[in-house]
Design a protein around this ligand. Sequence first.
Ligand SMILES: CC(C)(COP(=O)(O)OP(=O)(O)OC[C@H]1O[C@@H](n2cnc3c(N)ncnc32)[C@H](O)[C@@H]1OP(=O)(O)O)[C@@H](O)C(=O)NCCC(=O)NCCS
Length: 193
Amino acid sequence: MLKKFKLLNQFFHPEENKVDMSFSPFITTIGGLTLQVMQAGDENIPDLLVLERQVYSGHTPWSKFSFETELRKRKNSLYLVVYHASDLVAFIGARFNPREAHITNIAVSPKYQNKHIGTYLMQWMINRARKTNCEVVSLEVKIDNNIAQKLYSSLGFKSTFIRKDYYKDTHTDALNMVLWLKPHRVKKRKFTF
Ligand SMILES: CC(C)(COP(=O)(O)OP(=O)(O)OC[C@H]1O[C@@H](n2cnc3c(N)ncnc32)[C@H](O)[C@@H]1OP(=O)(O)O)[C@@H](O)C(=O)NCCC(=O)NCCS
């Protein structure tokens, strides 16, 4: 999950961003559940904060203000909410530039976990990145979040490097993971000891 939006703004330049961010709501069925998938807006923030508390032991890594700020950046980001009737089941967000899609957040409510909803949402975002001609999908994940890492690995994401002390609140390192959508050259790094 992305820690700070400011950091990303250094890399995403809106004037260079020609990515089509249009989205039409749809209905899908996963594991027998009929789910509504919509673009997230301010009206979903109270539900999103409840979902965060459920999955992060009462914490809200993204505050109300963070959600408000992020959900309004519709020119280069896409935030989706998934509802089962009036229950918020899950959400996923990504920032796009012409080369890269960066998954900023994903969470599935505990009641609905382990039903392949997380996998579905990741696949949806990867397909969207493919359609917009991105070369790579990237994300950060807590070093000890084995369930999420397993999910990303199963979709073809590879671990690249560790960001030390990335999550300052818990002093946890983040693992950077990438999924290449196009052939790429691996840059050889020079190490000096
Ligand atoms: C990570 C997360 C989004 C996965 O969503 P999900 O809908 O439960 O995932 P899926 O059902 O698609 O399962 C993906 C894999 O994880 C495994 N998994 C999911 N929940 C699990 C659990 N509670 N215990 C063990 N394994 C689990 C599944 O076995 C599955 O592997 P499989 O295909 O081999 O069976 C969800 O666990 C979550 O919201 N976690 C808290 C927030 C979080 O960590 N977000 C990631 C931030 S980077």
